[in-house]
Structures are given as structure tokens and as C-alpha cells.
Design a protein around this ligand. Structure first.
Ligand code: 6PG
Length: 456
């Protein structure tokens, strides 16, 4: 199988290097002159850089796989040019962060032209691309069977098993990747909120936070995102100033979080912490000091143990992860998807941004339970967090009391309480709807009921 990569930005180039390390020869094409010059100066053995797409294809004999590592908006234009050079049974694989619906469309239109299409989500950033990413594939099964081994070769490994899975239908790989990103947003913000609470409500400085986070990295709540958060909190620039105090506060995004929410809304699945993290990105444009009403946080140094903080982190990781997994499970309602949750755990077991011991632990519990119902969520939380979650609640209370924002942490506690606490929110809202809208009402046994206000 001849490998071609189009787009040698940070992802494409590092994937190429990964293939080369595994003894594959890579044909490549890149339009950007600066990138071309940089690559030429690197003199990479095993990389054949071509001046045009046509030349690249002509240098490669069939069967070929052409991997696209391009911004989502450039994919169709590139495919349109490619199909004029490709032969039946060649494969186009989109490795970018594309919308799953687009991948389904591309698969269908290429099928008519006898070109196989694979939509492949790749996680781990440029470092992962170079050293071993997580790979989430979907599309033409026959094509996948022909190229599976090359992706398994470059993927990250967990206990010698590749973090590389094929999820069947076209669009499935990109769907798992977008939910991965939605969870990634929630975990990132959860950790950012925790760090703020530690600073403003517990009076812990950056060094103290890094110290306690590093202790938690030795536990089974360890994760890649916790590790990098611990490091960036303490990172300083050449003027000995924390980057945390220098960097702008507006958060950028590439749209995958918004796509996750759109899918959840369409399927009627609740993913509040993912929603809150996307919402924070939207409002982050307005994070300016001009609006500060609550200037004085009451700082009285307080102590939190490693065990208590570990519970807070684990609880939030588990709730956000569960919401995302539940979305994947519910998407099986769409006739074009048929996910097995154990495959999702396998794909996320190494190399990706979500990787971590917490995930391996939750995956083991899933293997025992075999079901993604609310009992599973309860079992995961009970493994680590004591009965009524008092220390986790206390942590959230501290933030609200002192005007430290924690939308993701609050939404996770609310999600958990909506499911596992006694309340009458549903009953009250049903009665409100009935009162002003005369919408039909049923009692708990399913019998119709007509309160006095239903007679006009
Ligand atoms: C990954 C990441 C990656 C993502 C960036 C930026 O799994 O490696 O999810 O694919 O594109 O981290 O995402 P945002 O720009 O949306 O923050």
C-alpha cells in the first residue's frame, strides 16, 4: 500500500514522520511555501515531497491511500482535484476534525466513483501524531481491512494493544472524535475551575497547586490533562512571570464542541458539562477586568487533602466522560451508527487527550457492568467518592460563596443529583405545562388525570 499525505502542517508532518519511523515511505504534497522550505531544510529520509498533487499521485502505484491532513474547509476542494487522478479502489482518508455528516456525504459521493473513503479522527496533537496517536476510524470496511495494519502500527499502545478502532459506518470515526473533543473541553474547564477555587477560596498559590496535583498524578485519577495543567500552572516566561498571568483570556475553538452539543440536542441527550464548557468559550470574549463587581474574594487559607481533591477531580472526570459516552450510546438510534462502547474505551486507552488511569479504571468497571445505564455511573462514582459526596459539595459551595465561577463543576453535581436524588422537578413542570397549556397529564401509573384547571 502506497501512502500519500496531503497537508504537512503540524499534524500531517508528524504523522508522516511516524509512518517513516515504522519503515513506510511517504509521498507528500503541501502548498504552503514556508512549510515546504522548513521541511526541505529538515531533509527527512523516506519523505518524497512533490510539487503538485498530480505528480504525487503519478509517483505512487495503485493501491494507494491518500491521507488528508487539512483544515475542514479545504477537504472538498482537495477531493475534487484528487478524483481526477485516482483509480478505482484507491482510498481517500480524511484525518482532520471533520463533521461526521460531511464524512457520510463524502463516502457516498466517492462510492459512486468507485473510490473508497475513510473518515478518521486522530487525537493527541502533533506530539501524539509523531509518537503514537489514538485513531478512530469509520467508512468503507473493505478499505479499512486493507490499511488497518498501517494505522495500528503508528497508533499509541496500551498493554501492547493499539489505541486504534474501526467503528463501522462512514462518519462513525469522526463522531467518536467529536464526542472525545466535547469531553476534552469539559475536563479542561473542570480543571481550570478547580485551580481557580484552590487559589481564590483555599488560598493556594501556583506552586502549592502543582504540588497537590502532582500528588494526585500518583493516584488512579492521574490523567494527561491533569499532568499538563499541573505543569502550565507553574510555567514562567523569560521575565520570570507566570504565563497564567500573561496570556489572553479569550478561548479559541475549532467547532467540535458545538457539533457535540448539536448532536446531543438532536438526540435529546443531556450533556450539561460539555455544554457549559462550550458556553464558557463563547463568553470568554468578555472576560475583562472592566466588569468586576466582586473585587474581594475572602481568602482565608484553608486546607484540602490529596484524597479530598482527588475525589473532586475524579467525580468531575467521571460525570463528564459518562455524558459523552452516553451520547455515543444514544447515537445508535440513528440507523447509520452501531457503536460498541468497549471499542470507544479501546480507542481512548492511549495517545489521545483524554487518556489517563481514571479512564482505564472506568473502562474496567464498564467491562464488569457491561451496560452504560445510570447504575454504571453510580458504581463509578461510588468506587472513589464516599456516599453523599460531602467533600465534593463542600468544594463547590466554597466557590459559589466567594464568587469563583464553576459552571462545569456545578453542572456535574446538578446532573448527578437530578438522577440520584429525590425531587419533584418533573412533577412540578408537568403541572405548570398542564395549567397554562392544557397539555395532557398522566399519573405515575400512566392513567390520564384532569386537575380542576383543565376545565375552562
Ligand atoms: C486532539 C484535540 C485536537 C483539537 C485541538 C483544538 O484530540 O488531539 O482534540 O484534535 O483540534 O486540541 O481544539 P479546539 O480548538 O476546539 O480547542
Amino acid at each position: 500500500m502506497n501512502i500519500g499525505i496531503i497537508g504537512l502542517g503540524s499534524m500531517g508532518l508528524n504523522l508522516a514522520k511516524n509512518f517513516i519511523t515504522k519503515n513506510y515511505k511517504v509521498h507528500a504534497f503541501e502548498k504552503n511555501e514556508n512549510i515546504i522550505q522548513n521541511i526541505k531544510s529538515e531533509n527527512i529520509d523516506g519523505l518524497s515531497l512533490n510539487l503538485s498533487l498530480e505528480k504525487m499521485i503519478s509517483e505512487m502505484s495503485s493501491p494507494r491511500i491518500i491521507m488528508l491532513s487539512l483544515p475542514a474547509n479545504n477537504i472538498d476542494e482537495c477531493i475534487n482535484e484528487l478524483i481526477t487522478y485516482l483509480k478505482p479502489n484507491d482510498i481517500i482518508a480524511d484525518l482532520g476534525n471533520s463533521l461526521y455528516l460531511k464524512s457520510i456525504e463524502r463516502y457516498n459521493s466517492l462510492k459512486n466513483q468507485e473510490i473508497s473513503f475513510l473518515g478518521i479522527g486522530v487525537s493527541g496533537g502533533p506530539r501524539g501524531a509523531k509518537n503514537g496517536p489514538a485513531i478512530m476510524a469509520g467508512g468503507c470496511e473493505k478499505a479499512w481491512n486493507n490499511v488497518k495494519h498501517i494505522f495500528e502500527d503508528i497508533a499509541a499502545k496500551n498493554n501492547n494493544k493499539s489505541a486504534c478502532c474501526f467503528f463501522g459506518s462512514p462518519g462513525a470515526g469522526h463522531f467518536v472524535k467529536l464526542v472525545h473533543n466535547g469531553i476534552e473541553y469539559a475536563l479542561m474547564e473542570g480543571l481550570a475551575e478547580i485551580s481557580n477555587i484552590l487559589k481564590l477560596s483555599y488560598g493556594m498559590n501556583n506552586e502549592e497547586q502543582t504540588e497537590i496535583f502532582n500528588d494526585i498524578l500518583l493516584t488512579e485519577t492521574s490523567s494527561f490533562l491533569l499532568k499538563i495543567t499541573s505543569e502550565i500552572l507553574n510555567a514562567k516566561n523569560y521575565k520570570n512571570k507566570y504565563y497564567l498571568d500573561e496570556v489572553e483570556s479569550k478561548i479559541e475553538q475549532n467547532g467540535t464542541g458545538i457539533w457535540t452539543i448539536n448532536a446531543a440536542l438532536e438526540l435529546g441527550v443531556s450533556i450539561p458539562s460539555i455544554y457549559e464548557s462550550v458556553s464558557t468559550r463563547s463568553i470568554s470574549n468578555n472576560f475583562t477586568n472592566d466588569n468586576i463587581a466582586n473585587k474581594n474574594h475572602l481568602i482565608k487559607k484553608q486546607v484540602i487533602s490529596v484524597c479530598e481533591l482527588e475525589q473532586v477531580i475524579f467525580f468531575n472526570f467521571a460525570c463528564s466522560l459518562y455524558q459523552g459516552l452516553n451520547l455515543i450510546k444514544e447515537s445508535n438510534k440513528w440507523e447509520f451508527f452501531n457503536f460498541k462502547i468497549e471499542d470507544v474505551f479501546q480507542a481512548w486507552s492511549a495517545g489521545c487527550i483524554l487518556q489517563g488511569d481514571y479512564l482505564n479504571k472506568i473502562s474496567k468497571i464498564y467491562k464488569k457492568n457491561g451496560n452504560l445505564n445510570f447504575n454504571f455511573l453510580f458504581d463509578i462514582i461510588s468506587e472513589k467518592c464516599s456516599g453523599n459526596l460531602l467533600s465534593i459539595r463542600n468544594f463547590n459551595i466554597k466557590s459559589i460563596e466567594l464568587a469563583v465561577p464553576c459552571p462545569v463543576l456545578s453542572s456535574n453535581i446538578a446532573y448527578y443529583d437530578l438522577i440520584f436524588s429525590k425531587h419533584k422537578i418533573g412533577e412540578t413542570i408537568q403541572l405548570q405545562r398542564s395549567f397554562f397549556g392544557l397539555h395532557p397529564l398522566k399519573d405515575k401509573e400512566g392513567r390520564e388525570i384532569n386537575p380542576y384547571w383543565t376545565k375552562l
